[in-house]
Design a protein around this ligand. Structure first.
Ligand code: GTP
Ligand code: ZN
Length: 208
């Protein structure tokens, strides 16, 4: 029977982001958390912190679940009976939860996605799952934006793709320059959406 570590390791191995170095064991990951607690100035053996390393490692499994997911396969089921629908499909305000790869601090925001179907559409939940698959990794916002847009373009082969990401970075607010209320906006427009006047129209529609 596979234990959770083994299953985790095996699934991570299929991730394009996985390296060739052996995946650390759960015990090693928990030991690393104990080191960070000591680095922060506290004592990992006190009662309130005893179960914390195990909790943090479980939390990491959720925050970084994207490494165990193949984003392209999320879009494999499509529907062709769309009654001739050939207008853009827009999904606004998809929640984004990610982690900044420079400081491992939270990135929180929303993603707006539009695509111009080429005879087939994808279930709308799959667009939200795509955001999760790339969001739940160590990211910079620019690459996240490109990865979402390019995967949609490659797998669905629509006539156009537009992705807008608006997010706040905790590394900007809770440390460093400590700038609160700043949000970062990134976007990627492909195919017909990269051309005027469609570009202006789709950006206005995504902005709501
Ligand atoms: N372009 C981009 N920068 C990001 C993102 N997330 C964090 N950063 C920035 O990455 C930079 C890392 O800069 P460094 O100078 O190496 O690190 P640092 O000394 O911790 O920087 P400060 O945050 O300015 O204290 C910082 O300017 C962050 O604001 C992102 O998604 N995209
Ligand atoms: Zn950061």
């Amino acid at each position: 029977m596979l234990d959770a570590d083994h299953a985790h390791r095996r699934s991570v191995a299929v991730s394009p982001a996985a390296s060739e170095t052996p995946h650390p064991s759960r015990a090693e990951a928990e030991a690393a958390v104990r080191t960070l607690i000591r680095w922060a100035g506290d004592e990992p053996t006190r009662e309130g912190l005893l179960a914390t390393p195990a909790r943090v490692v479980r939390a990491y499994e959720e925050w970084f679940a994207g490494y165990r997911c193949d984003p392209a396969s999320l879009l494999s089921r499509t529907f062709e009976e769309v009654g001739g629908y050939a207008e853009p499909v827009l999904l606004r305000d998809i929640p984004l939860q990610s982690t900044c790869e420079h400081h491992m601090a939270a990135i929180r925001g929303v993603v707006h996605i539009a695509y111009l179907p080429n005879h087939r559409v994808v279930g709308i939940s799959k667009l939200a799952r795509l955001v999760e698959a790339f969001g739940r990794r160590l990211q910079i916002q620019e690459r996240l934006t490109v990865e979402i847009a390019d995967t949609l373009a490659r797998v669905l082969q629509p006539r156009g793709v537009a992705v807008v990401v608006q997010a706040r970075h905790e590394c900007l607010s809770s440390r460093g320059v400590r700038q609160h209320g700043v949000s970062m906006l990134t976007r990627r427009l492909l195919g017909e959406f990269a051309l005027e006047p469609q570009r202006r129209e789709i950006l206005a529609a995504l902005a709501g």
